[in-house]
Design a protein around this ligand. Structure first.
Ligand SMILES: *[C@@H]1O[C@H](CO)[C@@H](O)[C@H](O)[C@H]1NC(C)=O
Ligand SMILES: *[C@@H]1O[C@H](CO)[C@@H](O)[C@H](O)[C@H]1NC(C)=O
Ligand SMILES: *[C@@H]1O[C@H](CO)[C@@H](O)[C@H](O)[C@H]1NC(C)=O
Ligand SMILES: *[C@@H]1O[C@H](CO)[C@@H](O)[C@H](O)[C@H]1NC(C)=O
Ligand SMILES: *[C@@H]1O[C@H](CO)[C@@H](O)[C@H](O)[C@H]1NC(C)=O
Ligand SMILES: [Zn+2]
Length: 946
């Protein structure tokens, strides 16, 4: 071959050469296959040339096998030796994986997962390095996402090596292995595998209980860094590709969804974790784009203190030699707990002390403490299968607040738990479209869909209840035992409960913890307790029924517990707090409570630790309302928030007169705490949504103005550096004032906003105080002209800070002018304007604006095929868009439109249960109007004036 011919051949066969080199370098480094030479790498090529048969059809027996989605257990991975070479210039990646397999029973078939990968070759060898012929390969092109190798003969038990060469693409996605765009025009590569996207990156046994060790090698340009779960052990310059080949230490056994690969040119800061003698000290590093480095101090500080908290709490050493955290510009979710390399959306990670608000900080801190909780609970001990994902997510969602409450006690995040976590899920779980915490899932769509508020919020809430009756220290010790007992393994709910059982038995020797908890995890919904005067003075009878927001709805009794629960009751009176648990079992008709002599009122469910609602007789409610009005010290902010949330839910379900619930809100005239005001805020928002376009709307505005005036006048618009709690309260009250059109507040916001918008970038400009920006930008934009909008859009384009960008982007959806909203919606579709990670948020925000709802509903229905193409039906975020857009619909006509839309596109993918939820909500809205609208209207009309 002449020189020029050789060059031509080389360029035509770049891929081939690459694979040969890849295979060589890999095999040389594989001890078990040390003697392989060029000949064996030629084998792959021969094999490829012979052509691997791809069967795209699966026969009926295989089709009907109900376990078909699950991999057979007769072949398990022990180790993955994985090499990945991403090329951001042309958005491809190439890889090889050598999987050490353990065959447990004779088999002729090896099945694993692969999706959206091109498989170039595969070879199988036994422990003696003899090749086993793969007669055909089946790549399922449907949702099974399988790669099946059929062998020419049965292979006996033992260890085998499966070597696969493959390639895939990095573009047009934000899951799996993908490219992300930096602000400076550069690119990086990141990965996100939870729950079923590892298979889009390398062929693997992509189920959480196929734990294996990993030896990972990443190629990177010399000026970049490569990160993975473990610490780097070697770096070799590869002259053929002009790339550096970075190899990481062998990992501990872990699930596929926790593997992580990043190639970027970021900077970092680091700090030592003081383990207090529990394990060796190690380094925590935080990575960000170079110009953002000053924004990671907050995350580093919370990260360090939270990690040290968890080590003390779990009493289990951090299982890895290092821990990294990184903010990625394109990220599909808030963050993912990749072991040793936690990846965050930038808004969940970066904090500019000069720009971020108190609520930005709290939200970043919550995300960090959530992900760190998983490093043990979830990563070290993992659920067996996704139907128990609540174990991971419920636990981390609860631990995040426990950790934060310990490291930042003045933030009082345990109280926020009510309004952020518990109250929202009580709404969802009072409908038939809910589901049990533990629910069978099979397909990738079902798996991603179960990452929902039932798993996160209800899971966290019932763990909080469990801790409530078992005690903090017992709970901690039980969790610690559980982690030690099952480390590097997989578990089911029962394993956690069995470990907690002895601690539970200390106080309740006659009860069975698993039974108690099964009533909460294995059936959907929750009870409302009815409290009635007892047969003797100072006593009460408490009984239970299932709470449903629609009391008339019919349902089948499809649970072994008959929709009854094993309920831990706590109660207090005006003079006594009874922390001792009184149990109402699922089979008892009622239980008797005994209060102290001569008390005036009783309240059950202290601080709303229990996952249930409580209804009292009307005179008892009356005394409770009086207690709230007279600022009884016995009722904590959590109690007051609880009473308000319960009474409105009860009113909606027609368990008591709506007037009673509305009457209770007059107590807010003396309320000074954050959490009850957060509850009030969501109640008012709900009423405002329902009264929108009715004659009572203006009077509702006036009523809320009247109720907030006493606390509004105490707020200082100009105060700076307020403590977190006070700042959150001020922001909430001021935004209520503006939202409900208090003239003084509206005027101030308008002036501040216009001044800021006109002066922005000029030398005499003054930025708006960081805690008030959300509020001022958003409400300032409500009456915006097109010129104002264009000006803000320009600022958005120039803004570098991600938290600030989010605030501006939200405000861009605020105008009442539909023409403006139409323009925004159109522009947002272009990814050079709005990143695809933010697109669905923008759509939801425009639809939340009453001027934009119809616009978005039309657009989404027209654009649906494009949306599916862009986000895929497997996106739970796309599915979740439908209930968001339709949440305010309240007519039969709209219901028909929804039904017609779903009929037109029957494939809902991961959005199936979201559709059910959306329909049920709209039916409830229609019902709300017929039952409550008149009563609420006349109450508001009679009470908006003092
Ligand atoms: C992408 O780059 C690889 C080398 O890394 C090359 O083999 C391949 O042909 C390129 N693909 C395209 C579409 O340019
Ligand atoms: C379906 O395929 C399986 C595995 O290849 C085979 O064992 C079975 O006999 C086939 N069944 C039918 C009905 O073709
Ligand atoms: C991956 O999926 C996309 C979209 O469905 C498709 O265009 C592409 O060809 C697939 N790539 C591979 C390697 O299967
Ligand atoms: C990446 O792809 C580009 C474009 O195809 C190519 O020029 C370059 O050589 C590739 N890089 C490597 C390391 O293969
Ligand atoms: C609500 O309060 C008003 C005035 O205090 C009272 O007349 C009315 O009976 C109360 N309604 C209910 C249902 O308690
Ligand atoms: Zn989580």
């Amino acid at each position: 071959m002449s020189n020029s011919k050789l060059r031509k051949w080389t360029s035509n066969n770049k891929l081939l050469i690459f694979f040969i080199l890849l295979a060589l370098s890999l095999f040389v480094s594989t001890v078990a296959l040390a003697t392989i030479d060029r000949k064996s790498s030629a084998q792959f090529i021969e094999h490829e040339e012979r052509g691997i048969k791809m069967r795209n059809e699966i026969n009926s027996t295989e089709m009907e096998d109900k376990d078909y989605y699950r991999l057979p257990r007769n072949v398990e991975p022990n180790n993955y030796r994985l090499m990945l070479q991403p090329n951001v210039t042309n958005n491809t990646f190439y890889g090889s994986v050598l999987i050490t397999l353990r065959v447990n029973e004779d088999t002729k078939v090896i099945a694993l997962h692969s999706n959206n990968l091109t498989i170039h070759s595969a070879t199988l060898k036994n422990g003696n390095n003899q090749s086993i012929t793969i007669v055909s390969t089946l790549k399922s092109l449907d949702k099974r996402e399988l790669l099946i190798f059929y062998l020419d003969r049965e292979i006996p038990k033992g260890y085998y090596k499966l070597f696969i060469l493959f390639s895939g693409r990095l573009d047009n996605k934000i899951v799996g292995f993908y490219g992300s765009h930096l602000k400076n025009g550069g690119k990086m590569v990141a990965s996100k595998f939870q729950p079923t996207y590892a298979r889009q990156t390398f062929p693997c046994f992509d189920e959480p209980d196929f734990k294996a060790t990993y030896d990972i090698t990443l190629y990177k340009p010399p000026s970049y860094i490569a990160l993975s779960n473990m610490n780097e052990v070697s770096k070799v310059f590869d002259t053929d590709t002009n790339m550096e080949q970075v190899t990481f230490a062998t990992s501990v056994p872990m699930s596929t969804y926790l593997a992580c690969f990043v190639v970027c040119d970021f900077d970092h800061k680091e700090t030592e974790i003081n383990t207090g003698g529990i394990g060796k000290p190690f380094t925590l590093r935080s990575f960000a784009q170079k110009q953002e480095l000053h924004k990671i101090d907050f995350a580093q500080d919370i990260g360090k203190r939270a990690t040290e908290f968890y080590i003390r709490y779990y009493e289990v050493p951090f299982p890895l030699p290092k821990l990294d955290m990184i903010g990625i510009p394109d990220y599909v979710s808030g963050a993912t707990e990749h072991w040793g390399l936690i990846t965050y959306r930038e808004t969940s990670f970066l904090v500019d002390e000069a720009k971020a608000s108190a609520s930005n900080k709290i939200s970043v801190a919550n995300t960090i403490t959530h992900e760190l909780a998983h490093m043990w609970f979830g990563n070290l001990v993992t659920m067996k299968w996704w139907d128990e994902v609540w174990l991971n997510e419920g636990f981390a969602s609860y631990m995040q607040v426990k950790a934060l409450d310990t490291i930042e006690p003045t933030w009082k995040v345990l109280d926020h738990f009510l309004t952020k976590t518990l109250h929202p899920v009580l709404v969802i779980d009072a409908k038939l479209s809910s589901h049990p915490i533990v629910q069978t899932v099979e397909t990738p769509d079902q798996i991603t869909a179960i990452f929902d508020s039932i798993s996160y919020n209800k899971g966290a809430s019932i763990l909080r209840m469990l801790e409530g009756f078992i005690g903090h220290e017992n709970f901690r010790m039980g969790v610690s035992d559980y982690l030690k007992k099952f480390e590097f393994g997989n578990t089911v709910t029962q394993d956690l409960l069995s470990t907690l059982e002895p601690y539970f038995k200390k106080d309740f020797p006659d009860l069975n913890l698993s039974y108690v908890m099964d009533t909460w995890t294995r059936q959907m919904g929750y009870p409302v307790l009815e409290v009635k005067m007892g047969d003797m003075p100072n006593t009460y009878f408490v009984s239970q029924t299932r709470f449903l927001i629609d009391p008339d709805v019919e349902y089948t009794n499809d649970t072994p517990f008959n929709y009854r629960w094993f309920v831990p009751i706590t109660f207090k009176t005006n003079t006594q707090t009874n922390e001792e648990i009184v149990w109402l079992s699922d089979t008892a008709t009622s239980v008797k409570l005994r209060g102290d002599e001569g008390h005036r009122w009783v309240k059950l469910n202290i601080n709303q630790v229990g996952y249930y609602r409580v209804n009292y007789s009307l005179p008892m409610w009356q005394t409770l309302i009086e207690a709230m009005k007279s600022k009884s010290k016995q009722l904590t902010p959590a109690d007051r928030s609880n009473l308000m949330d319960d009474i409105f839910a009860l009113a909606e379900s027609r368990a008591l007169p709506f007037n009673m619930a509305l009457n209770l809100t007059t107590y807010l005239l003396v309320e000074n705490d954050l959490v009850p005001w957060q509850t009030a805020s969501s109640i008012f928002r709900n009423l405002a949504d329902r009264l929108q376009n009715t004659l009572a709307y203006d009077n509702l505005m006036k009523y809320v103005q009247r109720i907030i005036r006493p606390i509004y006048v105490k707020q200082d618009w100009n105060a700076t550096n307020l403590p977190v709690q006070e700042s959150l309260l001020r922001t909430l009250i001021l935004s209520l004032a503006v939202r409900y059109q208090l003239p003084d507040a509206e005027e101030r916001v308008k002036t501040m906003f216009q001044l800021w918008l006109n002066r922005h970038g000029k030398t005499d400009s003054t930025p708006i105080q960081q805690d008030l920006r959300d509020l001022v930008y958003f409400h300032g934009m409500k009456s915006a002209s097109m010129a104002d909008w264009d000006a803000l859009w320009n600022l958005y384009q120039k803004e570098e800070d991600v938290q600030e960008r989010t605030k501006i982007r939200t405000a861009l959806a605020a105008p009442r002018d539909t023409t403006i909203l139409r323009k925004f919606l159109l522009m947002a579709w272009d990814e050079t304007n709005i990143r695809s990670q933010d697109y669905l948020n923008v759509v939801a925000q425009i639809s939340a604006n009453p001027s934009g709802t119809a616009l978005v509903w039309d657009d989404v229905r027209t654009r649906w095929p494009q949306l599916v193409q862009k986000f895929t039906l497997n996106s739970r975020y796309l599915g979740g868009l439908i209930p968001q857009i339709t949440s305010s619909f309240n007519t039969e006509l709209k219901l028909k439109e929804m039904e017609a839309f779903f009929a037109q596109y029957p494939e809902a993918g991961a959005g199936e249960s979201a559709r059910k939820r959306a329909l049920e909500t709209v039916r409830n809205n229609i019902r709300w109007n017929s039952y409550h609208l008149n009563q609420v209207t006349s109450w508001i009309n009679n009470n908006h004036r003092v």
